[in-house]
Design a binder for this molecule. Structure first.
Ligand code: SF4
Length: 293
C-alpha cells in the first residue's frame, strides 16, 4: 500500500485516468519511455513566458511590473532555438509525435500561435501589475493533512497604482495566472481550486482570483477567471481525503485502457496498453486530445 506524501492536480488526474499509470509514475518512479510532443511544446511555451516575466521582474526599467515588449515578436529568437532542440529530440526518439500524419512543424505553429495570442490578448490586460511570483510554489498549503504541490505560472498584485507610479500602494487583489496550450479539460477544475486556495493561504490578499489562459483558443475565448467560496474549500478537503484514502488502500493498480494509452509514456511497459493501441489506432487530425499541459 503506497503512503501518500503529497498530492498535486496532476497526480489526482493520473490516479483517476489510470491506476497502472499512477503506479509507474508515483509508486515505482519508473523513467518514462518518451515525452509526447504536446507536452514538450507546452513546456517550451511555459518556459518562454516564465523567461519574459523574469526579465520584467529583474530589469530596472520595468520596476518588477509587467511591461510591454517593443517587438510584438519578442519571442522569435528564443522560440527558434527551442524549436530546433525539439526537432532534435523528435529525431532522437525522446519526444514522440503521437497523431498519425502530424509533423513537427505543426507543433511549432501551435507554439507560435500560443505566444502570439498571449502577446495580443493576454499581456495587454496584465500591464502594470506587480510581479509577486513566477513558477511560484504553493507554500505550506495542506488539505486534509495532505501537502498539496504545484507551480503557479504567474502571480500578480493588482493595486491602486497599477500604472507603474512609485507612490505608496494598497494591495487589492492577488491574481494567479496559468497558461494552457491544450484544450479545456474537466480535470482543470481541480487545479483551479487547488491553486486558488493555495494562493489565498500564501498571499493573504483581501481578494484573490485565478485565471486559466487557453492560448491556442480563438481570441475572445482564451481567458477564464474563477473565484471560489469557503464552502468549496471544505468540499475540496473532503475530496482530497477520499482520494488519499483510495490510493493508500489500493493493491491492484489495474490498467484502465483508453485513448490516453497512445500518449502514455509508460505504454511500452504495459501489455494491456499495447494491445489497446494496436486494436484502436488513432484516426489522425481532429482526434480528441486527451492529454494536454
Ligand atoms: S498504457 Fe494505458 S493502461 Fe497502460 S499504464 Fe498507460 S494509460 Fe494505463
Amino acid at each position: 500500500m503506497p503512503r501518500v506524501q503529497n498530492l498535486s492536480a496532476t497526480k489526482v488526474s493520473t490516479w483517476r485516468q489510470c491506476r497502472r499509470y499512477f503506479k509507474f509514475q508515483y509508486v515505482d518512479f519508473q523513467k518514462p519511455a518518451f515525452t509526447p510532443i504536446e507536452w514538450e511544446s507546452g513546456s517550451v511555451v511555459h518556459n518562454i513566458l516564465a523567461q519574459l516575466m523574469i526579465e520584467f521582474r529583474s530589469r530596472k526599467q520595468f520596476k518588477a511590473r509587467v511591461g510591454t515588449p517593443r517587438n510584438p515578436r519578442w519571442f522569435h529568437k528564443v522560440f527558434e532555438r527551442a524549436a530546433a532542440a525539439m526537432q532534435q529530440a523528435v529525431e532522437a526518439g525522446e519526444v514522440r509525435i503521437i497523431r498519425p500524419g502530424d509533423r513537427v512543424e505543426d507543433y511549432f505553429q501551435q507554439g507560435e500561435r500560443a505566444l502570439t495570442n498571449f502577446t495580443a490578448e493576454v499581456l495587454p490586460r496584465l500591464q502594470g501589475r506587480r510581479i509577486l511570483g513566477v513558477e511560484a510554489d504553493l507554500g505550506n498549503f495542506r488539505l486534509a493533512r495532505t501537502p498539496i504541490r504545484g507551480r503557479l505560472d504567474l502571480v500578480l498584485q493588482a493595486d491602486r497604482n497599477s500604472s507603474g507610479s512609485p507612490e505608496p500602494r494598497m494591495a487589492a487583489t492577488v491574481e494567479v495566472h496559468d497558461w494552457k496550450t491544450g484544450r479545456r479539460r474537466e480535470e482543470d477544475a481541480l487545479q483551479a481550486r487547488f491553486y486558488y486556495f493555495a494562493a489565498v493561504a500564501k498571499y493573504r490578499a483581501p481578494e484573490t482570483t485565478f485565471s486559466f489562459h487557453y492560448l491556442n483558443c480563438q481570441p475572445g475565448e482564451i481567458t477564464e477567471t474563477f473565484e471560489f467560496s469557503e464552502d468549496q474549500l471544505a468540499e475540496l478537503a473532503e475530496e482530497v481525503a477520499e482520494v488519499r484514502a483510495a490510493i493508500e488502500s489500493e493493491r491492484d493498480f489495474a490498467p484502465q485502457v483508453s485513448t490516453l494509452c497512445h500518449w502514455c509514456p509508460y505504454s511500452p511497459m504495459c501489455s494491456e496498453g499495447q494491445t489497446f493501441i494496436h486494436q484502436h489506432p488513432l484516426a489522425g487530425g481532429g482526434e480528441v486530445e486527451t492529454l494536454a499541459l
